[in-house]
Design a protein. Structure first.
Length: 247
């Protein structure tokens, strides 16, 4: 990925920027990395995605950059790339790391399996959901993050979540601004997304890790990102959401 000024690491809206702390440190040793904090966009109702995109663009001073999304940040990438293009910041590539794929014109509740959507509705109290880490059984969280310091870092950084985060409809935008797209599969839960990416012609790297592998295996994730950086090409391929994106 010749000429990339920095990796721009986007955390899931359900957690905080601490999830990218260790990968960012590894990438900074090799070049550069930016990790915007999207949590201020959770205040109030409604336009969370637009505010999240605003927070990203404020954090980026120049390009070109490579976008990387983890988990629930994946669907935000078309909007983020579009906003960056508006301020003349070029996105050379976009990597989806154990992330959802774009679902333009739909909300998170629209694309979640019905049991998961119903669980969210049941957890909602007066328009708010508890922090994401409380959704997991304690033993499952310990299995993913056996290191107590890492586990505390995650738990303490996870905000309370507005229910409107899951009902906001994402804009329908061209995905051309995403640049060359690729996928890193960390956990079996994201196999279907990795399969979609592969069918669309994206380079895919499958790692036997877990969803929070960005915290426990930062060197492996950084290596995967740099490996994928070398796969960027120029021919357009079909995007999983139906458009085309430069690859």
């Amino acid at each position: 990925m010749t000429g990339v000024a920095a990796w721009l690491l986007i955390h899931s809206p359900l957690v905080g920027p601490a999830t990218w702390t260790r990968v960012a440190a590894e990438l900074r040793r090799r070049g550069g990395a930016i990790v915007p904090d999207l949590t201020p966009a959770l205040a109030g109702d409604g336009e969370h995605a637009a505010r999240q995109a605003d927070l990203v663009t404020v954090a980026v001073k120049r390009g070109p950059i490579a976008l990387v999304a983890h988990s629930g940040a994946g669907p935000l990438l078309p909007l983020i790339a579009y906003r960056l293009a508006q301020q003349n910041v070029a996105v050379t590539s976009s990597v989806f790391a154990d992330a959802g794929l774009p679902h333009p014109g739909q909300s998170a509740l629209d694309v979640l399996p019905p049991p998961a959507a119903e669980q969210l509705r049941e957890m909602t109290v007066e328009g708010w959901l508890p922090p994401w880490t409380s959704w997991w059984p304690a033993e499952q969280l310990r299995a993913m993050l056996p290191d107590e310091q890492l586990r505390s870092l995650l738990v303490e950084s996870c905000p309370r979540l507005p229910a409107s985060l899951f009902t906001q409809v994402l804009p329908t935008l061209s995905e051309q601004e995403l640049g060359a797209c690729s996928y890193i599969r960390l956990s079996s839960v994201y196999d279907a997304f990795a399969d979609q990416a592969e069918q669309a012609g994206w380079p895919v790297r499958r790692r036997e890790s877990h969803h929070l592998g960005i915290l426990t295996s930062p060197t492996d994730v950084a290596d995967s990102l740099q490996d994928l950086a070398g796969t960027a090409g120029d021919s357009p391929v079909q995007s999983p959401s139906g458009g085309t994106t430069s690859h």
